[in-house]
Design a protein around this ligand. Structure first.
Ligand SMILES: [Zn+2]
Length: 159
């Protein structure tokens, strides 16, 4: 009888190799590993918040979004990767928070239109702007979600 097979054994050396958040680790050298049996693609999501003012200069005259106004933005950072068999996680949620913090400094309680690259700060533009900066620190980034209001949000999954 063939019982449950689990092939997640990883060489000790592999466990000690730091792997960037959400990146599938390199194949172990010298020994075949049956990856199909142990890959567990999982997405973790960290939610971050900030307050900012903006206006949308490309909307028609009289459009309410053309006037200066503010939002309590909620940002979701999605990172997808294998669950590490040793740690039991894709990566530390705090890595997602850390990737966002320098950007939060630029955005929180600012007028987004004054931030380089956000001259027309729609949710879509903001999501792309955040992606371009966070992908450098989070190679496993799979989505940035910008909640502009409780009922309106934009999901960006990369170029
Ligand atoms: Zn707005």
């Amino acid at each position: 009888m063939v019982g449950f097979r689990h092939f997640c054994a990883v060489d000790k050396a592999d466990r000690l190799t730091p792997v960037p958040c959400g990146v599938i680790s390199a194949e172990p050298k010298g020994r075949e590993r049956e990856r199909d049996e142990c890959e567990m693609s999982t997405t973790i999501i960290r939610e971050m918040r900030f307050e900012a003012a903006h206006f949308l200069p490309k909307t028609p005259e009289g459009h309410k979004c053309r006037r200066l106004h503010g939002h309590s933005y909620v940002i979701e950072i999605h990172v997808t990767g294998e669950v590490d068999p040793e740690t039991g996680w894709v990566c530390d949620f705090d890595e997602l928070r850390q990737a966002f913090l320098p950007l939060r400094v630029q955005l929180d309680h600012h007028t987004l239109n004054e931030v380089g690259g956000l001259e027309n700060p729609t949710s879509e533009v903001l999501a792309g702007w955040l992606w371009e900066r966070m992908i450098l620190l989070l190679p496993g980034l799979t989505a940035v979600v910008v909640h502009e209001t409780c009922t309106s949000r934009c999901v960006y999954t990369g170029p």
